[in-house]
Design a protein. Structure first.
Length: 379
C-alpha cells in the first residue's frame, strides 16, 4: 500500500544529523522492507521554540499547506495514500497536516513516538498535539516513558501499540568481527594504548541536556584518573569548546576527539571500543546506544526514558541515575578493570539487539498493524 510519511520536527532528508532523523529513516526503511511504497508527504517543519506568536503563524501555515496538499492530491488520484504516518509528535513539533488530510481522505492516521505533557498547557501547539492524538487510529510507542502522558488522550487505550526502538543490526554485527584490525588502526591514528580500556561516547555537542551529560561524564572519569582507560568521543556541535574544556584536566593524551562520524566511519570505531558510556540526561532512548549494543559494546548509561528497555542491567551493561556522577563512576570501575567482562556483556548485547531491536521483526510488526488498520477502515 501507499503510505504518506511526515516528520514535523525534521524531514528524513534534512542535512543536519540527529537521532530523530535516523529513526525516521529507519521507519521508512522498515515500511519499505515490508513491501510498502513510502512517500515523504511534506518537508514542512512545524518546530518552534515555544513562542506563542510564532506557533500561531506556523499553525495557520500548516492548515494552508494541508489544504493545498489535498487539492494537489485530487489532481493525482493514483498517488492517494492508503494511510498517513506521522513520526515524532510533541508540543514543539505538532502535526497540522496529518489529522486534517487523513480526515478528508477517510484514511487511517498513525503516529509513532509521540509525547504529551499537560504542564505545557491546553492551548496552542500543545492543544494541537492533544487533538492529533485523539484522532489517531494508532500511536506507536518507541519509548515507554511517553505512555502515561499519551494514553489518556487516545480514543481507546488499545490504540497505544508498543514497538521497541530498532536499528538494522546486521552492519553493526559485521563491524564487530573486525575488532582487532580496527583497534590497531585507531591506535596508530590517535596514539592510543591498545592494552587500556577504550571508552566511547557518541553524541552531538549541544548546550542543554547534551552538555550536561558531557559534564557528568567528565566528573565521573575524573574519579578514575589513575586507571587504565582512554576515551573516544564522536561528535561535534556548537558547544564543542565547552565540552573539550570539561575534559581538559584529564589530560589530552587520554582522549581522542573524532569529530562527526557517518555510519561507515563510525562502524570501525564501535568495533574497536570496549565500553559505551553516556549519562543520557533527559534522553528518550538514544540511537547511538542502540548501534553500540548492536555492535557488541557493553554500556554504562543513564536510566532515562526508554533506555532500561534497551540495556539489561548486569547482563549487557549498567544503568545508573542520569545525573549522578558518583554512581556513574562506581558503575565504570569494574568494567574499566576487566575488559573480558566488557566483552562478555557486549556479546550478550549483540544477541539481545538482534532478537529484540532489529529492523526485521520491527518491519513485520509494523506491517501487521498497518494492514489491520487499513482493512478495518475499509469495512
Amino acid at each position: 500500500m501507499r503510505i504518506a510519511f511526515y516528520a514535523p520536527m525534521k524531514p528524513p532528508d534534512h542535512p543536519v544529523p540527529s537521532g530523530d532523523r535516523t529513526m525516521g529513516r529507519l521507519i521508512i526503511a522498515a515500511l519499505e522492507r515490508a513491501g510498502h511504497g513510502v512517500e515523504t508527504a511534506s518537508r514542512f517543519r512545524s518546530w518552534t521554540s515555544g513562542d506563542a506568536t510564532r506557533a500561531a503563524r506556523v499553525a495557520a501555515l500548516g492548515a494552508r499547506l494541508a489544504d493545498r496538499w489535498l487539492r494537489q492530491s485530487a489532481l493525482q488520484p493514483a498517488r492517494r495514500p492508503s494511510l498517513w504516518f506521522t513520526y515524532h509528535l510533541y508540543y514543539k513539533a505538532p502535526d497540522y497536516l496529518g489529522p486534517r488530510i487523513a480526515a478528508a481522505l477517510d484514511i487511517p492516521y498513525v503516529v509513532a513516538e509521540a509525547s504529551y505533557a499537560a504542564k505545557h498547557g491546553a492551548m496552542g501547539a500543545n492543544a494541537a498535539v492533544a487533538a492529533a492524538l485523539g484522532r489517531a487510529d494508532a500511536v506507536i510507542g518507541l519509548n515507554r516513558a511517553d505512555r502515561a502522558g499519551v494514553l489518556p488522550l487516545l480514543a481507546t487505550p488499545e490504540r497505544w501499540v508498543d514497538l521497541p526502538p530498532f536499528v538494522d543490526t546486521a552492519p553493526w554485527r559485521r563491524a564487530r568481527r573486525e575488532h582487532d584490525g580496527a583497534r590497531r588502526a585507531l591506535a596508530e591514528r590517535h596514539g592510543l594504548d591498545v592494552s587500556s580500556c577504550w571508552l566511547l561516547t557518541v553524541a552531538m555537542m549541544r548546550r542543554g541536556d547534551k552538555l550536561r551529560s558531557y559534564e557528568i561524564l567528565a566528573r565521573a572519569l575524573a574519579r578514575h584518573a589513575g586507571r587504565p582507560w582512554q576515551l573516544l568521543v564522536a561528535g561535534t556541535g556548537a558547544a564543542h569548546a565547552e565540552v573539550t574544556a570539561l575534559f581538559a584536566s584529564l589530560g589530552g593524551g587520554r582522549i581522542a576527539w573524532l569529530g562527526e562520524l557517518t555510519p561507515p566511519t563510525l562502524a570501525p570505531v564501535l568495533a574497536a571500543a570496549d565500553l559505551f558510556v553516556w549519562p543520557a540526561v533527559n534522553e528518550a532512548y538514544g540511537l547511538a546506544l542502540l548501534e553500540a549494543q548492536a555492535a557488541g559494546l557493553a554500556a554504562v548509561v543513564g536510566a532515562a526514558g526508554g533506555i532500561p528497555d534497551i540495556v539489561a542491567d548486569g547482563a549487557t551493561g549498567r544503568l545508573v541515575p542520569p545525573s549522578d556522577a558518583a554512581a556513574f563512576a562506581a558503575a565504570l570501575e569494574p568494567l574499566i578493570a576487566d575488559r573480558d567482562l566488557c566483552r562478555r556483556w557486549g556479546d550478550a548485547a549483540a544477541e539481545r539487539m538482534a532478537r529484540l531491536h532489529d529492523i526485521g521483526p520491527a518491519a513485520d510488526r509494523l506491517d501487521a498493524l498497518l494492514r489491520r488498520l487499513v482493512e478495518g477502515h475499509r469495512r
